[in-house]
Write a protein that binds this ligand. Structure first.
Ligand code: SAH
Length: 343
């Protein structure tokens, strides 16, 4: 069976070389062609012999994502890419420009099984997992898009459509390719995996030799409220999740980010902030406050600015570090929670 070349790790390609009587260094050479020179076929890899190129072309195929359109936000700080997959399904990726950073917000699934009440991505549930190649290619094509301007992707967040921990193998494989010095060479410190709180996934990721950042979508200061907002909260209690996240932080020495989408009149009160501060007391963490971004058909509101400020101050006064995610890309529906299934 033909395999997708962009989903193959360097180790796997080395093994393939060995099985095919080739020296292992050829694998690094091919990675250089794929990700450095961004070759589009084996024929372009002129320093490989013709028989090897033919053998590779029989075993692996190339492109899977077809670019349908790119939308650019008015302020020019966000671009949203829509791709068509080989089976006709569609998926989106967001590129965020901030100062000298080029951050790609990657999707890991078509649709999402988490079905959080405030998010557009899970409205129709999970359609299917993306392959590791489909994840890698989102970044590769955007890297190609930036290359013309002499820029490169330097930060990655798994915060697009999907729940990365429910597509664990493909996500981890893609991360290995992103980090590989022969491919994208993106530092593990510049990659963040965001999860709704899948305990097994968090514990498993802690044991990989991948010290990526972990973000937990908490969104509530207690289990009762969380259950109302996030169906997955019925599967894993907040206590279990936080224990797993603590283990992750201990194992990897990485600080944790807790994401907290602020919903007017629901989780944005001073009482919630006080309870949240108590919950996170003494932890090496940051709370990322994300004011709710409107989603069609969902009747929730973004809090007033002064309520957001008050929430933030309540946390800060109690020693909790906060960041306030400045919403980008709202005019092109590219902000958190706005990536929806495209027909
Ligand atoms: N499934 C993963 C990845 C999604 S990341 C996760 O749950 O973490 C996207 C982040 O944006 C999550 O924290 C998500 O809860 C948040 N989000 C979803 N819908 C939103 C909305 N309408 N407004 C603001 N943030 C939202």
């Amino acid at each position: 069976m033909m395999q997708e070349i962009y989903g193959i790790t360097l180790e796997e390609l080395k093994a393939w070389m060995q099985q095919n009587g080739q020296p292992q260094f050829r694998a690094g050479q091919i990675f250089g062609w794929l990700y450095g020179k961004q070759a589009l076929s084996f024929d372009q890899m002129t320093d490989l012999g013709a028989p090897l190129r033919a053998k590779l072309a029989e075993s692996f195929h190339f492109s899977t994502l077809k670019q349908v359109r790119i939308l650019r936000s008015e302020d020019g700080e966000t671009e949203k890419f829509l791709w068509e997959l080989q089976d006709g399904k569609k998926v989106e990726t967001v590129l965020i420009y901030s100062a000298d950073r080029r951050t790609v917000c990657v999707s890991s699934q078509v649709g999402c099984p988490a079905r959080c009440s405030f998010c557009a991505s899970g409205k129709q549930g999970l359609i299917r997992n993306l392959s590791s190649a489909e994840i890698v290619e989102q970044v590769l094509q955007i890297d190609r898009h930036l290359k013309g301007r002499g820029e490169r992707v330097c930060h990655l967040v798994f915060m697009g459509m999907g729940e990365p921990m429910e597509n664990y193998e493909a996500v981890v494989k893609a991360i290995r390719i992103f980090c590989s010095p022969d491919a994208f060479h993106i530092s593990q410190r510049r990659i963040t995996v965001s999860t709704v709180g899948v305990v097994e996934g968090i514990l498993r990721l802690a044991k990989e030799e991948l010290k990526v950042n972990l973000a937990l979508s908490l969104h509530a200061s207690n289990q009762n409220l969380r259950k109302k907002l996030i169906p997955y909260a019925r599967k894993y209690s907040m206590e279990e999740i936080i224990t797993a996240v603590d283990a992750y932080s201990h194992h990897t020495k990485r600080d944790i980010t807790y994401e907290y989408t602020l919903l007017a009149g629901i989780n944005d009160t001073i009482e919630s902030a006080t309870e949240l501060a108590e919950l996170l007391k003494g932890k090496q963490c940051t709370v990322n406050l994300i004011p709710y971004n409107p989603v069609e058909g969902i009747r929730l509101d973004r809090p007033e600015k002064r309520d957001i400020e008050q929430f933030r101050e309540t946390l800060e006064e109690r020693g909790i570090c906060t960041t306030w995610r400045f919403t980008k890309g709202k005019d092109i529906a590219a902000a958190c929670g706005q990536l929806a299934l495209q027909q």
